[in-house]
Design a protein around this ligand. Structure first.
Ligand code: UDP
Ligand code: MN
Length: 591
């Protein structure tokens, strides 16, 4: 036992020394960068906050670098120097002390994230580089890129999350392309925060500006205000609780430089609101349901295989939340954000519809990563209620952009009908002036999979029930078999759709039969829209027949583990186990 202990101590010490040696060599090489960054950090720290964590204190003090130094040195920053400390490297932080835990409990509803954890983490913590490793090989020649104004709007944000956002931008953005950071304080009411904010204008050599709205405007109008004041050629909107990653801005500016009507979002890494640990985001496009809830769609296997370059941008129906970059000229041409949107929510939806329909496009770039504290519920209050103003915003968007498809929205959210949504005449005349496309064009060109689920494209929908066995279809993910099991009350999870083109859809996947033999199991695959393996004939209530193979879906009981399976079988009119019923049928079924 003691010998084992001795070995562990010895080897432990050896490893530790090696780690320190490597750390110092690395540190020496990078000390110029570090000092410059720390000088800026020290500036921010002067705002009277617990800004710099003690472990950074060694390099504070060198503040006499002039502007040129910053230009040349910050422009080369491409990697975080590893450091030890709470939350460093984007690691989660778990509270252990009872007092801390109590305090966290007491304060948890202020921001709907763990304030104690956030306050313990350095304002300029390191994060791991979450990009695809191939992004490291790209060098951006940003001398010709447009300059960017980073606009951060906030209402009663916590100082630590707000400053961590600012630090990450200042530390990880090449100085040449960062025109400024514009902070828009949307009439915060937190006195402590207001006091600390007063020092902001002096910080970071005028790179950070603070604007305050005279009354609470809500997200959309606060962003409009920031955009109006911005001096850069590109506007980049960030939430006030973000941490941008290495080279986050260059890929976005690159795309806008190539096409000034392109609106670009990064991949968002989710920062856990409880531990502030980073969770890697995945490359997905952002779309929406008829209820106007947004949802992520992962790239299908087929699409992934087809992509010649895995780093190329992905076309997306919507921006990635409110985090996107857009040329100021294009933003102004389409009338910016809708100033009629109140309080919180849906501003990105409005701008996304406007972008696609009025001459622009939206892409998500894999090599740009931004961490965002993703919480379940927003913490704000609003006159009336936040839900009411959110729903009113959705109605306004449906009425402005969705043409006849607004009926899809109203049938998904019946209590939104007849809600007052304000005056939209200005947007209407902008649409005419710019010859904006119709919503039907948008659905056809940008999100055809949603179009396939519109009321007029449906034959039947809802859970699919087998009367004989009292079983339902259980859909899961791409490439997975369609199962049968007990029907659940949460019918949304079991809801499938029979389209006018005879596909059986679950979200963006279609029921597919690849093996035309008896006893095979159908799987869910990306919809290919070419009938064949994905074409199913159904009458109410009755068989579900795969047209090309001529086999019907049947339930097989038994097997080694006694579980019902959905299999192909010879069609038989009298078989009860081949009788299926969707919960709802449209008139189309009767023709
Ligand atoms: N915000 C604002 N005014 C408001 C409500 C929110 O300026 O009345 C800011 C908020 O501080 C944040 C951004 O708008 O920086 C987006 O809000 P939030 O992060 O709560 O939205 P979510 O990320 O949950 O969609
Ligand atoms: Mn947010």
């Amino acid at each position: 036992m003691p010998r084992v202990y001795f070995t562990v101590v010895i080897s432990g010490t050896a490893w530790l020394s090696l780690a320190f040696l490597l750390f110092f060599i690395h540190h020496e090489n990078k000390h110029i960068f570090n000092n410059v960054r720390q000088a800026m950090v020290a500036d921010i720290a002067a705002a009277g906050a617990p800004a710099v964590h003690p472990h950074n204190a060694h390099s504070i003090g060198q503040r006499n670098l002039d502007h040129r130094d910053l230009d040349s040195v910050l422009g080369q920053l491409d990697k975080d120097i590893p450091r030890f400390g709470p939350g460093e490297g984007g690691q989660p932080l778990m509270l252990s002390g009872v007092a801390d835990m109590e305090k966290a409990k007491k304060t948890k509803n202020i921001h709907n994230f763990n304030l104690v954890v956030s306050d313990k983490i350095s304002l300029e913590r390191t994060v791991k580089d979450t990009r695809d490793s191939r992004c490291q090989d790209i060098t951006y020649r940003f001398s010709k890129f447009p300059t960017a104004s980073v606009i951060i709007v906030f209402h009663n944000e916590a100082w630590s999350t707000l400053m961590r956002t600012v630090h990450s931008v200042v530390n990880r953005t090449p100085h040449d392309i960062l025109a400024e950071v514009v902070l828009v304080d949307d009439a915060s009411t937190d006195d402590e925060l207001e006091k600390k904010l007063q020092n902001i204008p002096k910080l970071v050599r005028g790179k950070v500006r603070l604007i305050r709205t005279t009354q609470r405007e809500g997200v959309a109008r606060a962003k409009i205000r920031g955009a109006r004041e911005a001096r850069g050629e590109v506007l980049v909107f960030l939430d006030s609780h973000c941490e941008v990653n290495t080279h986050w801005l260059e890929p976005m500016l690159d795309l806008i430089h190539q096409g000034p009507t392109t609106v670009v979002s990064p991949i968002i890494d989710s920062i856990d609101p409880e531990t502030f640990g980073f969770q890697d985001g995945s490359l997905s496009r952002v779309s929406f349901r008829w209820s106007l809830e947004t949802r992520r769609i992962l790239l299908s296997k087929m699409e992934k295989a087809d992509r010649l370059n895995p780093l190329e941008p992905v076309r997306s129906p919507l921006t990635n939340g409110g985090i996107f970059a857009v040329s100021k000229t294009f933003f102004e041409k389409v009338g910016g954000l809708d100033a009629g949107l109140d309080a919180w929510g849906a501003d990105a939806l409005d701008f996304s519809f406007k972008t696609w329909m009025c001459g622009g496009s939206i892409y998500i770039v894999p090599c740009s990563r931004v961490g965002h504290v993703t919480r379940k519920v927003p913490p704000y209050s609003s006159p009336g209620s936040l839900e009411t103003s959110y729903q009113r915003n959705l109605v306004r968007i449906a009425e402005t952009w969705m043409d006849e498809y607004k009926e899809e929205f109203y049938s998904a959210v019946p209590d939104a009908r007849d809600r007052y949504f304000g005056d939209i005449s200005e947007i209407e005349s902008m649409k005419t002036r710019l010859h904006c496309h119709s919503f039907d064009w948008y659905l056809n060109h940008v999100t055809p999979s949603l179009l396939a689920t519109a009321n007029n494209a449906r034959r039947a929908w809802g859970r699919v029930h087998n009367q004989n066995h009292d079983l339902c279809f259980i859909p899961s993910g791409e490439g997975k078999k369609l199962l049968v099991d007990t029907c659940s009350d949460d019918s949304k999870k079991q809801a499938l759709l029979l389209t006018k083109d005879f596909e059986i859809r679950f979200e963006d996947l279609c029921l597919d039969l690849s093996d035309y033999r008896i006893g095979q199991q159908a799987t869910l695959e990306a919809c290919h829209g070419m009938a064949g393996t994905q074409e199913w004939i159904h009458s109410k209530p009755g068989q579900i027949k795969h047209r090309e193979s001529g086999y019907c879906l049947d339930v097989a009981m038994g097997g080694r583990i006694y579980k019902p399976r959905l299999i192909t079988n010879e069609c038989s009119k009298d078989s009860g186990t081949q009788k299926w019923e969707f919960r709802h049928y449209t008139k189309r079924m009767n023709h």
